[in-house]
Design a binder for this molecule. Structure first.
Ligand code: NAD
Ligand code: UDP
Length: 311
């Protein structure tokens, strides 16, 4: 049994990770300020004496004796991370410094939940980890993209300078149960709109692409990455390489929900990446990992979840 800290543990990904770690027999501390996370997400764990929720903002230092840290704290939906851009970048940068400082003091292994956004609007397709990206440093997405890039830099420097045992994964668009109905990201938006028979809002022409990964595949990749030898630090892309246009996604959601929704086209936000697909060669080789849930199956599970929760 290990003592494991999950920052951002009450969010969408964090709550699934906490659940898996508890199932695997570990002691889990979930650190979260509940900005986009909720107690609902971790309600099923609250009575478990191996699970502890601590309301805390990672921009302030935190101390606990732990063996491993998963650093997930940071709003991930553009709507939420742009709501308070300064707090977003502080969360990524100061959160990384505080969590790395803790890892250093207690000699814990620490994994950073980085993102495909470090590639920005990519000029290379699909994106391998060796690609440095094409990121606007002064745009509306920069608080998130540059915050996450700086966090990766901090991880590498704490490793080089202080021998902190780090792991960096770059997560590509992930969806699944426990996303908030008002999360703002595309899969949850479309499923909720379809179930309510409301207009499905495509930003721009809908020709832009994303590669969507189901939550369970991501969690498996995270656990495998943390379990690798200390000399393997990443970064590693974790995502599903099957790429879809946003229009294809909208059509698929309408088909699976038998919705009466119409598709409507809205303004494309600034700096919206045109395409995105992970090259997962490294994850396959080093983690023996590849995704197992394809889009249709994952969407069906997510639709079921939102139906049960009566959105
Ligand atoms: P989410 O918004 O559901 O979860 C983020 C969690 O962090 C929330 O519970 C929120 O309350 C918490 N948080 C935010 N600021 C905090 C602070 N200052 N102190 C403490 N807690 C704070 O988003 P998610 O999709 O679960 O994303 C989790 C992590 O994975 C994020 O770091 C995100 O950047 C990364 N990621 C997610 C995706 C994806 O597609 N879901 C893709 C790439 C990277
Ligand atoms: N998008 C959309 N309608 C929505 C929400 C998002 O067309 O209601 C588009 C968005 O402009 C982007 C893609 O879907 O091109 C993915 O958006 P999301 O916010 O989920 O993730 P990210 O852009 O960070 O990959």
């Amino acid at each position: 049994m290990k003592r494991i800290l999950v920052s951002g543990g009450a969010g969408f990904i964090g709550s699934h990770l906490c659940t898996r770690l508890i199932e695997d027999g570990h002691d889990v501390i979930c650190l979260d300020n509940l900005f986009t996370g909720s107690k609902e997400n971790i309600l099923h764990l609250m009575g478990n004496h191996h699970f502890e929720f601590v309301r805390h903002d990672v921009t302030y230092p935190y101390s606990a004796e732990v063996d491993e840290i998963y650093n997930l704290a940071c709003p991930a939906s553009p709507v939420h991370y742009q709501y308070d851009a300064i707090q977003t970048i502080k969360t990524s940068v100061m959160g990384a410094i505080n969590m790395l400082g803790l890892a250093m003091r207690v000699n814990a292994k620490i994994l950073q939940a980085s993102t495909s956004e470090v590639y920005g609007d990519p000029m290379i397709h699909p994106q391998p980890e060796s690609y440095w990206g094409n990121v606007n440093p002064i745009g509306i997405r920069s608080c998130y993209d540059e915050g996450k890039r700086c966090a990766e830099t901090l991880f590498m420097d704490y490793h080089r300078q202080n021998n902190v045992r780090i792991k960096v994964i770059r997560i590509f668009n992930t969806y699944g149960p426990r996303m908030l109905a008002n999360d703002g990201r595309v899969v949850s938006n479309f499923v909720v709109q379809a179930l309510r028979n409301e207009d499905i809002t495509i930003y721009g022409s809908g020709k832009q692409t994303r590669s969507f990964q189901y939550i369970n595949d991501l969690i498996e990749g995270m656990i495998r990455m943390m379990a690798t030898e200390d000399d393997f630090i990443g970064p590693v892309n974790i995502g599903n390489p099957n790429e879809f246009s946003i229009l294809q996604l909208a059509e698929k959601v309408i088909e699976l929900t038998h919705s009466k929704s119409r598709i409507v086209f809205k303004t494309l936000p600034h700096d919206d990446p045109k395409q995105r697909q992970p090259d997962i060669t490294r994850a396959k080789e080093k983690l023996r990992w590849s995704p197992t849930v394809e889009l249709e199956e994952g969407l069906i599970r997510m639709i079921e979840y939102f139906r049960e929760h009566r959105v």
